[in-house]
Design a protein around this ligand. Structure first.
Ligand code: NAP
Length: 248
C-alpha cells in the first residue's frame, strides 16, 4: 500500500473523532491527517505528531467549525485532500437536555444545535471543494445520527437534535447531487455511528440495551470499513456503522 491518503478530521478531540484518528494514524496508506479540536485540551496537548514508522503525520489545529473565516483559513492551509470526516456535534449542554416534549424547547439551545450540528458541514463543503478537486478516491463524510431520519422517527422528542441532524442530512443530500456534476470522484456520506461511549452519549448510556453500546474504538473500526468501501458505491447515502442504508 502506498501512502497516498490525505485526511482531515474535524472534531478529532471527541470520542468518535479521536478513535478514528487513532486508527488512521497506524495505516500505511495514510500520508497526513489534519486534525482539529475546539475547546478540549486533548488536541492541543498532543501537538503535532510525526509517526516515522509509517510516515503518517498529524497536524493539529484549533478550529471553531461554525466560523466561516476560520474554516476558510484552515482549509487553505491544508491544501489538497482526499477525505474529510466531520465528527463535530452537540446533543446536550449543562442547562439543556434533549426535549421530551415541545414544551421544553429553548430557543437558544435550538439555535446552537442547528449551528453546531449542521452549519460546519456546509462551511467545510464550501471551502473543501477546491481541495478535493484532484482526488481519485474522495470521501466527504459527516457523522450524523439515525434520529435525524424523518422516515425512521417512531418515538418523537429530542426536537433540537433531531431537527438539526435532519437539516444536516438535507445539506449532505443536496451536496451529493451538486458534486455528481462537479466532483465526480468524491462520495458524500451521512454516517450513523451507533450509540457510542463518549461525552455526548454519557447521560443516556444506562438506557441502552446490553451489547448495543459501542466503544469508540469499535465504532471507528466499523465506520472505516464503510469509508474504505465508499469509492465503489454510489454517493449520497445515509448509512449506519454496518453499511445498512437508513431512509433520509
Ligand atoms: N456518541 C453517540 O452515541 C452518537 C450517536 C449518534 C451520533 N453521534 C454523532 O457523532 C458525532 C461525534 O460525537 P461524539 O460522540 O464523538 O461526541 P463528543 O465526544 O462530545 O465530541 C464532539 C466533538 O465536537 C467538537 N465540537 C463541538 N463544537 C465544536 C465547534 N463549534 N467547532 C469545532 N468542533 C466542535 C468537540 O470539540 P472539543 O471537545 O475540542 O470542544 C468534539 O471534538 C456527533 O455529530 C454526534 O451527534 C454520536
Amino acid at each position: 500500500m502506498s501512502t497516498t491518503l490525505k485526511i482531515a478530521i474535524v472534531g478529532a478531540s471527541g470520542g468518535i473523532g479521536a478513535a478514528l484518528l487513532d486508527q488512521l494514524v497506524d495505516r500505511a496508506d495514510v500520508a497526513v491527517i489534519h486534525a482539529t479540536y475546539f475547546k478540549s485540551p486533548a488536541g492541543s496537548a498532543l501537538g503535532n505528531i510525526s509517526n516515522f514508522g509509517n510516515k503518517t503525520s498529524v497536524v493539529w489545529r484549533e478550529l471553531d467549525a461554525t466560523d466561516d473565516l476560520s474554516v476558510k483559513e484552515w482549509l487553505a492551509d491544508v491544501g489538497s485532500i482526499d477525505w474529510v470526516i466531520n465528527c463535530v456535534g452537540m446533543l446536550h449542554t449543562q442547562d439543556n437536555k434533549p426535549e421530551k416534549t415541545v414544551r421544553q424547547l429553548d430557543a437558544d439551545h435550538f439555535a446552537a444545535s442547528m449551528n453546531i450540528n449542521c452549519l460546519p458541514t456546509l462551511l467545510l463543503a464550501k471551502y473543501a471543494a477546491a481541495a478535493l478537486k484532484g482526488t481519485d478516491n474522495g470521501v466527504f463524510a459527516t457523522v450524523s445520527a439515525r434520529v435525524g431520519s424523518i422516515e425512521d422517527n417512531q418515538l418523537g422528542g429530542w426536537y433540537s437534535y433531531r431537527a438539526s441532524k435532519a437539516a444536516l442530512n438535507m445539506a449532505l443530500k443536496c451536496l451529493s447531487i451538486e458534486w455528481q456534476r462537479t466532483l465526480k470522484n468524491v462520495r458524500v456520506l451521512a454516517l450513523h455511528p451507533g450509540t457510542t461511549e463518549s461525552r455526548l452519549s454519557e447521560p443516556f448510556q444506562r438506557n441502552v440495551p446490553e451489547g448495543s453500546l459501542f466503544t469508540a474504538e469499535k465504532t471507528a473500526r466499523l465506520l472505516l470499513v464503510q469509508l474504505d468501501a465508499a469509492k465503489n458505491l454510489p454517493t449520497g447515502r445515509f448509512i449506519a456503522y454496518d453499511g445498512q442504508e437508513i431512509p433520509w
